[in-house]
Design a protein around this ligand. Sequence first.
Ligand code: ADP
Ligand code: ADP
Length: 231
Amino acid sequence: ATVLRARGVVKSYGPTPALRGIDLDLAEREILALTGPSGSGKSTLLHCLAGILRPDAGEITYGELALGGCSEAERSRLRRTEFGVLFQFGQLVEELTAAENAALPLLLTGRGRKEARTAALEWLDRLGAADVADVRPPRMSGGQQQLCAAARALVTAPRVLFADEPTGALDQLTGEKLLGHLVRAAREQGTSVLLVTHSPGIAAYADRELSLYDGETDATGLGAGQRIGVP
Ligand code: ADP
Ligand code: ADP
């Protein structure tokens, strides 16, 4: 079944459209890599799909729910409860430990401290970061910080995880290790993932790849072909 559907999504910041009519279907449990050159519209599309940006035209539906018909408050509730977001830099709270950071989304939705801490510790463990549970971000490596941010994004058991260059600030090996943990954890709990990346090594973790070029989906597949060196 389709979890998230986009039809004819158009978005401009100025005179030139950043998205020129995007169609996309994200299936239940699917891990979809959104690739393409810098400036092709990947982040803009992710922000529209996650209900952060409103498209100028077109329709985005989450299950039966049309995001266009939702108020800001409804979209913000969706992001807290149904969606998870993970960006290039984890944006952790520096004064809190990894476990406290990862527990935050549950505390914000009214869950008790004990339950939130238990779930946070479980997720840190599942992602291979149990050893930094009581460490604060300034004393963690970049990779550990992103694992903690991933635990925070997944702790609410979201239906969809939006990940925008989640490994962009990490070296290749650390990035692939993070993706390995992330993909396995998402599959285990049935979370769909929309993964924005420009790295072929990272895109290889996805079930499917959708390539953007200049605000359009690359129907020729040329982008992907060039990427892996096919003439
Ligand atoms: P990508 O994620 O593929 O690098 P973006 O979605 O960030 O692409 O950008 C798509 C196009 O929209 C680019 O031309 C970019 O300069 C432009 N753009 C993105 N965000 C803004 C913004 N906030 N204001 C103006 N132009 C923007
Ligand atoms: P990405 O790494 O996804 O390509 P960028 O580095 O292009 O993102 O953009 C970083 C931030 O700057 C984003 O919030 C984006 O919306 C904004 N931005 C990108 N291009 C422009 C632009 N031409 N004018 C204003 N803001 C922009």
